[in-house]
Design a protein around this ligand. Structure first.
Ligand SMILES: [Cu+2]
Length: 371
């Protein structure tokens, strides 16, 4: 009888409650996503080995270019780039990408841990000495030489087939650490975003300094709007951004399980906090076709260009990728505003879901917490 009542209550709740809040009961045991610096040596090695496994498994989805499952993840980001950055779906899509990455590590590489994240404010302004870049228990260090190839670590010998940009070329994993830029990852910049009262202002804030600081601080492929998942650090960076979004949501539940908006067409951002008002964020100099401003972004990096990150264009030549229109599915929204019904696609790596499905990390589809 008790069960019946509970069931009835759940049924009523599921009818009455908007999508996204009705399935919390399905997440009784949350998995715990931890910061990299809190992992044991064995936990770190388990994750690094799982990522290496992904780099050894053959591609399955039939895309042009990828040789491995790792490359395939990168390719689906290339496909999605123009519809998942500077848009309302930026955080939801990347949340689902990280979930997909974790899922594939578990199901195809026997990974038994959870998705770690990089607690970036700890290393802001000092990525060079981050323990994430440890050559043995981390992702290897900075790039060097003519192609800025990483010189050590578990991914030193990986030949990546995707990128830079939309091109398909064999290359090393490259980095150009910039600790002037990585300073943008500072906690003060995060705090400004956390103080925002609505998703409409919080999301551009997060996509600005905290997001840009991680990508620009590592540099190389990580700074490429399309092919950045070619550096395995990408996944820890975006798990971190997901943590920040959830942290913000959790400050006002259940209201923020519903708070989604934004444009479906990429928009131009205003100045980001903590950057002297001059940092335009990605794509830097505005020379990237199809992106907001298209030519209107001023050159120069954070801090009035003093970091020397963006001048001259942050991105290498992008080549001619497959036509977007053939690959980008309809997003399900009636107009240009991102809604809970907005479709998030992983291009066959995982089933399509909607924004509503990923609003709650402790709902039915997702079931984790950040510690
Ligand atoms: Cu992205």
């Amino acid at each position: 009888m008790k069960l019946l009542i509970l069931g009835l209550a759940a049924a009523i709740l599921s009818q009455a409650a908007p999508t996204g809040v009705s399935t919390r009961a399905a997440c009784a045991t949350k998995s715990q996503r931890k910061a990299w610096h809190t992992l044991t040596r064995d936990e770190k090695l388990a994750y690094l080995n799982a990522e290496k496994c992904l780099m050894s498994l053959p591609a399955e989805l039939g895309f042009e270019g990828p040789r491995t499952r790792f490359d395939e993840f990168q390719k689906l980001h290339v496909f999605a780039t123009s519809t998942v950055h500077f848009v309302g779906a930026f955080l939801p899509w990347h949340r689902y990408l990280i979930h997909t990455h974790e899922h594939v590590l578990k199901t195809e590489c026997n990974y038994t841990g959870t998705h770690p994240y990089w607690d970036e404010p700890l290393d802001a302004g000092n990525f060079t000495h981050s323990i994430l870049l440890d050559p043995e228990t981390g992702f290897g260090g900075d790039g060097a030489g003519p192609n800025n190839c990483i010189q050590n670590g578990p991914f030193k010998h990986y030949v990546n087939a995707i990128g830079p940009g939309q091109s398909i070329t064999d290359h090393c994993i490259d980095r150009q650490i910039n600790d002037c830029t990585s300073a943008m990852a500072a906690q003060t910049n995060v705090d400004q975003c956390m103080a925002m009262q609505n998703f409409s202002t919080m999301w551009p804030c997060l996509e600005g300094a905290p997001h840009g600081g991680g990508h620009g601080g590592i540099g190389g492929e990580m700074l490429n709007l399309w092919s950045s998942p070619g550096d395995p650090l990408f996944y820890l960076h975006h798990a971190y951004l997901d943590k920040l979004w959830w942290q913000w949501q959790a400050m006002d539940l259940p209201l923020r399980l519903q708070d989604i908006t934004g444009s479906n067409q990429p928009v131009s951002f205003g100045p980001f906090p903590g950057t002297n008002g001059s940092f335009p964020g990605f794509p830097g100099n505005g020379s990237i076709p199809g992106f907001p401003g298209n030519g209107t972004f001023p050159p120069g990096g954070p801090g009035n260009g003093s970091c020397g990150m963006f001048p001259g264009g942050p991105f290498p030549p992008v080549g001619t990728g497959p036509p977007r229109t053939n690959l980008v599915k309809r997003d399900g929204d009636p107009g240009n505003v991102t809604t809970l019904g907005h479709v998030l696609t992983m291009f066959g790596m995982m089933p399509n879901v909607t924004v509503a499905d990923v609003m709650d990390v402790q709902g039915g589809l997702l079931c984790y917490e950040y510690i």
